[in-house]
Design a protein around this ligand. Structure first.
Ligand code: AMP
Ligand code: ZN
Length: 137
């Protein structure tokens, strides 16, 4: 299903033009308009899923296979030294377009980008408490 007012539904289905790198029955891969680095690409499903929680298993599997294929091609063609895969869910996590997408961000030596987080330092007991909370133990 597509959603009426979703820009990524329109881009994925070709109603709004994009710099397309790849297309098949399920997905379109495009260049991000505000790239973090040269070759920053987005994998968009052609059906509307707001985020990872809504993405069916088969689509998730296909998305990751496609990410791998594109990563290999991007590295080969652009000579990237590394690559980040980023996938944001929810506003607090930085999601701004509420149609599932995966970012492929090629990285280059001295590209000046900072993609990361402040590392915490929980005790072993705190880690165990989190483990039990997640597992419902
Ligand atoms: P996120 O913050 O994970 O929701 O990422 C949204 C991404 O979509 C950002 O990196 C934007 O630069 C990108 N973006 C938004 N609109 C367009 C568009 N029309 N074409 C290509 N990329 C877009
Ligand atoms: Zn959509």
């Amino acid at each position: 299903m597509r959603e009426e007012n979703c820009i990524f539904c329109k881009i994925a289905n070709g109603e709004i033009p994009s710099k397309t790198l790849y297309e098949d029955e399920r997905f379109r891969v495009i260049l991000d308009l505000g790239p973090a680095a040269k070759g920053h690409s987005l994998i968009l499903p052609k059906e509307h899923f707001a985020d990872l929680y809504e993405l069916p298993d088969e689509w998730a599997a296909d998305a990751m296979k496609l990410a791998r294929k594109m990563a290999v091609q991007i590295r080969g063609r652009l000579g990237a030294d590394g690559l980040n895969i980023i996938q944001n869910n929810g506003e607090v996590a930085g999601q701004t377009v509420f149609h599932f997408h995966m970012h492929l961000i090629p990285r280059y030596e001295n590209d000046g980008q900072k993609i990361g987080w402040e590392a915490g330092s929980p005790s072993a007991e705190e880690l165990e408490a989190v483990r039990e909370q997640i597992l419902g133990a």
